[in-house]
Design a protein around this ligand. Sequence first.
Ligand code: ADP
Length: 453
Amino acid sequence: MFKKILIANRGEIALRIIRACREMGIQSVAVHSTADANSMAVRLADESVCIGPPPGKDSYLNIPSILTAAAVTGAEAIHPGYGFLSENAEFARMVEEHGFTFIGPSADHIDSMGDKVTAKKTVMALGLPVVPGSPGAVESVEQGLEICENAGFPVIIKAASGGGGKGMQVVKSANEFKEAFTTARREAKANFGDDTVYIEKYLEKPRHIEIQIFGDKHGNGIHLGERDCSIQRRHQKLVEEAPSPALPEDEREAIGKLAADVIRKMGYVGAGTIEFLYEDSKFYFMEMNTRIQVEHPVTEMITGIDLIAEQIRVAYGEPLSLNKDKIKLRGHSIEIRINAEDPETFIPSPGKITQFHAPGGLGVRFDSAIYGGYSIPPYYDSMIGKLIVHGRTRDEAIKRMRRAIVETVVEGVKTTLPLHEWIFEQEAFLDGSYNIHWLEKTLAAKAEAKEQK
Ligand code: ADP
């Protein structure tokens, strides 16, 4: 097994990887920006190296600094976490070229899924259903309009290189199309350095259901069930649960098998997620993420499997320790993402945490890197922690989440905990009937009602 792993990330995921390393008897190296010198990851890793000033591009995205840190500390492998360089094929390639192991899929697989147009074509050829729309990149307004007429409005224009819920435009009618198309291309160029866009039919009431998959270097490929991530705002996930309250057992098995088949055919190695929209008992492929995801804990809770440890073992060359026939999905798990943001305006609220108390008790897990006295730097993502619960049933998990939210104390900054408290009281959440548009619509209605008062 590896003796030392460098973690090219920060925050809760850096800590999560350090935890897996320690349990496996592997030394860990944390890299950090000057803004993160007092981070929990730096404190808990066996070694740490400062790799640059606060802005991500100068530190967590600074490939030469990270590779130098790996060389200086004698690390054998690099775990990229999620975000930052995790889906950067060039980084994966350079890591391997410098003699380290990249804990993730091959650079070619990252490349093939990184461009969403190529990804859609690839998986279609392997047998996955996709959202109706353009078969590839859309070059002109005329071509776009023709595709829209065929698919039917509304449509969504997406950036081929987009991610994180950014670079998408919903278009309701032909009149709006020209302007939206021009804006979408300009924004794609500005945000992702690539103005390639494509078009999909905009689904009106789908759920976001994703399948966790895993492959190894010995030709094995399995799935570990689904996660329902339909509670979203601005295409970003806020709550995730497993299993999905909307998926019947036979459909779960069918889509899982299809996803695992694709992984085997691709020869994919490592953890990955195939994301689908699900409407009227039909699945439509959206994209594949070639990394560990923020919401991986809900899968860990219902399978009892440490997915980070499995990533490390597979990267080392060991066969999957999981046998698909032995994976039993047990009970129900829900995760909420806690952001340091105003719960109504969603404006980031960085600053010093004056008081902190983590929730606990049976079936409660808190993945976070904050502590009392910690200062949340303004430079990075505003997620400060994930609260995950497990129960025998969905109902038990919901009750557990409610009481765990009440126990959580984070003072000195604003957090989205009050929003979560509210979500866990809503009928559409409790009965599981929500779809990806529900939260935004309901929040808008709530804001309007408040204004009229
Ligand atoms: P990203 O890579 O930015 O996460 P995705 O393609 O995964 O982008 O889409 C993110 C979210 O956008 C989805 O979870 C869903 O809420 C919404 N979305 C994407 N495609 C469609 C579509 N065709 N119809 C309706 N909503 C969509």
